[in-house]
Design a protein around this ligand. Sequence first.
Ligand SMILES: Cc1cc2nc3c(=O)[nH]c(=O)nc-3n(C[C@H](O)[C@H](O)[C@H](O)COP(=O)(O)O)c2cc1C
Length: 234
Amino acid sequence: MKITLIHGQNHKGSTYYATRMVAEKISGNIDEYFLPKDFSEGCSGCGTCLHNGRDYCPHAKKVEVIFNSMLSSDTIIIGSPTYVMEMTAHLKAFFEHLFTAWLGHRPEDAMFSKTAVVIATGAILGMNGVTKSLARQMFYLGVPKTYKLSFRVMAASWDGVDNKVKKQIAAATDKIARKITSQKGHPTPGIKARIMFSMLRRFHKGNDLPLFASDKKYWVDKKWLDNKRPWKNN
Ligand SMILES: Cc1cc2nc3c(=O)[nH]c(=O)nc-3n(C[C@H](O)[C@H](O)[C@H](O)COP(=O)(O)O)c2cc1C
């Protein structure tokens, strides 16, 4: 089992420990990244990825390291503390660099067989919104199965977290890890993703907009406008 673990922060607080716990309980080869240490750039909005491809992004070399790790993993685990009710700015900036890998643009076949776990901690409020938002990123990148875990830790560091909450974290991470390790084979997209895919397919059939020319070419080359489907290649 290969795991990509992405931390939305550099430091080792509650989010780090909860996120790391899931990875260790699943067990496997873990590629671990800390943002902003391993990726700190914001999207420059140049549109090069849209027109020429992600390889031409001014930050491609750094994005590639993390995204390639995601593509070659069975499980993707992402953790974020809640910052002003949202995921951290660093994670958001990382995902902005992947927008052309979203379903309607040029999604990667490999993403259609992944399992993801998204984790958020917060002192009081907003962590469910963060996991919802992280799960949305996973959905639009093609990931068929995402587990969400959010924890109200009422603390600003791991040392400050009450033992009762630590036990809840241990139990919840046990449960998710058991679900993942007992999974037979890889997950496949559910009805929502399939409906979205057919809507986008219909869009690209009639699409002759210069803005989405590279996307259309990708869909044609992949034969997704015929009968091929990205989840059937895996
Ligand atoms: C900039 C900033 C914004 C925060 N915003 C929220 C928030 O909107 N809701 C909340 O419950 N906690 C908020 N917190 C608290 C952290 O989310 C909480 O302490 C979290 O568990 C910290 O995780 P860590 O120990 O991994 O750093 C904020 C903390 C910081 C530093």
